[in-house]
Ligand binder design. Sequence first.
Ligand SMILES: C[S@@+](CC[C@H](N)C(=O)[O-])C[C@H]1O[C@@H](n2cnc3c(N)ncnc32)[C@H](O)[C@@H]1O
Length: 320
Amino acid sequence: MENTTRLLQRHDNVLAVSHVLLAEADDAALSALPARSLTLSSDDSSLPGRQPHWLPVLPGKTDLLVVVLPKSRERLRLILASLAGQIKQPTPIWLVGPATGGIKGGATDLTDYADAVTLEDSARHCKLYSGRLRPAPFSLAQHSRHWQHDGIQVVSYPGVFSHGRLDDGSALLLESLATLSLSGSVLDIGCGAGILSAVLSRAGLQVTAVDVSATAVAATTATLQANQLAARVQCSDLYSAVSGRFDLIVSNPPFHDGLQRTTAISERLIREAPHYLRDNGRLLLVANQGLPYGDWLKQAFRQVEVLAENRRFRVWQGRR
Ligand SMILES: C[S@@+](CC[C@H](N)C(=O)[O-])C[C@H]1O[C@@H](n2cnc3c(N)ncnc32)[C@H](O)[C@@H]1O
């Protein structure tokens, strides 16, 4: 259980008599909080038994809003603005987050959207602020970022990887893709803002794009729309919602699970890839130099090569 959840538990007397909307509710333990009604909203589609939402959807009877501090302040402002756009009257709001995770800055942001912001409680290295959120019209355009790469318009939202710019690893992967003659179907795993999917769709491939983050799925959908390109885009924890086999799988794989750095997701991505590839199909991925992807690729694939590398990154290809 996260410390932020433990701090909220200290306020179960207020929660128990409220209709609560809890935004950025990524900790599974939050579902055990007492409330007259409890709506948990999370961008993370890997949480069991939950419908992911990239922005919280407010049930009409909500009388207490609770926001768990997201990683980025830009994302916090998006969440606050989207909630302010859905209320009809000033509504009690709590913001909870770790002291070392920027909660003081978050409280400053809260004052732009809410009145009477007050520190309510401090425990377990976390703080809980309360205030009254003011109704205000919501404009998504004020929170999205747009950038261009090679004639593709990319739309990104706060919370999406490399928000507002092309990642250097993805750039090297795109350079490698441009040297290959590609056709057929492709699965883009961890599509982010959709730059790989858009380039591959423009090249005439049949694209399926997946991401565990509902915000990334929304951004990829917007990117494809902005370029009048087609692809199938859906939430999926790696291959969990994927069926069929592909000629190509591409990925700039995730190296974080929440706040933790991990190679476990990439290892699973590599080991399971052959089950989703046609005969002779290939997996192309970019990774930081020094990560042990070569060993896993050699265990999973008939033929493994390095297609490109620079000081920081390496583009691997595994052939089934
Ligand atoms: C390094 S980013 C790459 C984003 C994009 N492809 C690009 O090149 O800019 C990795 C992406 O993987 C997603 N991701 C993390 N864990 C995942 C999982 N278990 N299943 C699917 N996608 C995941 C993240 O949300 C993120 O968008």
